[in-house]
Design a protein around this ligand. Structure first.
Ligand code: FAD
Ligand code: SF4
Length: 338
């Protein structure tokens, strides 16, 4: 039995104040991850600060043609919101590839960003885990590591970030808006999640008393040529082994702009400017796509049970780019791409 207090935050400033007053308190939004972690004894907050009723539930047009998404917009509301469905369909696809309809109804935008890894050992309090208990060791390094990372790993941790939504947000160059005791600030999506290094207990660069208030999307949505491809063990209700968010802007057969992000392969959504540079200005076709895949996976390294992910990711990247180029985001294209 874990005792904890429950308090509801009145507004964002109140939420920040309550968190700063108790270093062991935790925000709870939809509760779909945090409650499981508390039940498993992985997280032991002394107080749950319920932020679910804060007025952060709108999706609005923002300056310069972008969109601002409140941190408490439910994942399902976001996926079906007309601004997202029409302008950022890759984000809608990524969200709908995750979890189940019931979970997406509860899960919030902020909670999705801050959900924790699905490494089995992280959830099993009987085993060493540097993320759960710094300095205790990493059971996955020589254990069951089929679902683990192939890029950006460290000796301390080889876990992956489990979100689908975040892979699309990374590709779209989103911004995370946060508020804390020192005021508000914006964090580029690429800087929000961290690699494990020697501090795997820290998933993000959010400071302990900060709250996520919104996610901003720039105007460019890649609505015409995009794909979110998720490869998993079952067709639904499973986390990605490998996922690819691929977005292109084409001028005829030439790639004017490209975005490529991977999920299921690292401690954060994985992007590499050199892979996108390998696409820009080139003809959309298999040879170009294969070069981009090589660049993105240049440093990929398998563990005992997950080496298959390197080849799986390579093929998934080529397939996702092929689908994106053909404008057929959900299925293998019939249109011939040279
Ligand atoms: C069975 C199952 C299958 C799933 N499958 C998938 C999947 O395939 N793909 C996928 O992407 N996800 C999947 N999920 C994860 C799901 O998307 C997340 O649990 C959900 O997005 C978390 O949102 P929440 O609002 O419920 O967060 P909560 O559980 O309330 O919170 C999660 C964490 O975020 C913190 N937090 C929440 N909001 C804020 C905020 N605004 N500011 C600061 N901190 C905050 C909390 O303190 C907590 O640490 C699955 C979950 C389950 C249970
Ligand atoms: S991979 Fe990371 S989360 Fe998993 S056991 Fe190792 S330290 Fe823990």
């Amino acid at each position: 039995m874990i005792n904890f207090q429950y308090a509801r935050a009145g507004d964002v400033a109140d939420a920040v104040r309550q968190k700063a007053a108790d270093p062991k308190a935790a925000f709870v939004a939809g509760g779909t991850n945090l409650v499981d972690l508390v039940k498993a004894g992985v997280e032991r907050p002394t107080r749950l600060i319920d932020i679910s009723r804060l007025p952060l539930t709108t999706v609005e047009e923002a300056a310069e043609g972008g969109v601002r998404i409140g941190a408490l917009v439910a994942n399902s509301d976001l996926a079906y919101h007309p601004l997202v469905a029409q302008r950022y369909p890759m984000l809608a696809s990524a969200i709908l590839a995750g979890a189940s309809a019931q979970l997406r109804n509860m899960a919030s935008t902020g909670g999705n960003l801050l959900q924790r890894t699905r490494c089995y050992y992280f959830y099993d309090t009987a085993t060493p885990c540097n993320k759960r208990e710094p300095g205790s060791g990493c059971s996955a390094l020589a254990g069951l590591n089929r679902a683990h990372a192939i890029l950006g790993t460290s000796e301390a941790c080889v876990a992956t970030h489990p979100s689908d939504m975040c892979v699309a947000l990374a590709a779209l160059d989103a911004t995370v808006h946060v508020a804390g005791p020192g005021g508000a600030r914006a964090i580029a999506f690429s800087e929000f999640h961290r690699l494990p290094g020697s501090t795997p207990q820290r998933d993000t660069n959010l400071e302990p008393n900060e709250i996520v208030t919104a996610v901003g999307l720039p105007a460019r949505g890649f609505a015409a040529n995009h794909t979110y491809l998720k490869i998993r063990d079952r067709l639904s209700y499973a986390f990605a082994l490998v996922s690819v968010a691929a977005a292109l802007e084409l001028e005829g057969d030439t790639i004017k702009e490209a975005r490529l992000a991977l999920g299921g392969v690292a401690h954060k959504p994985w992007r590499d400017p050199s892979a996108e540079a390998a696409l820009r200005g080139r003809r959309a076709g298999q040879a170009t796509f294969a070069r981009a895949a090589e660049a993105l996976l240049r440093d990929a390294k398998g563990l005992e049970h997950n080496a298959f992910k390197v080849d799986l990711a390579r093929r998934a990247i080529v397939r996702a780019l092929t689908q994106a180029a053909a404008g057929t985001p959900q299925s293998q294209s019939n249109k011939k791409i040279a």
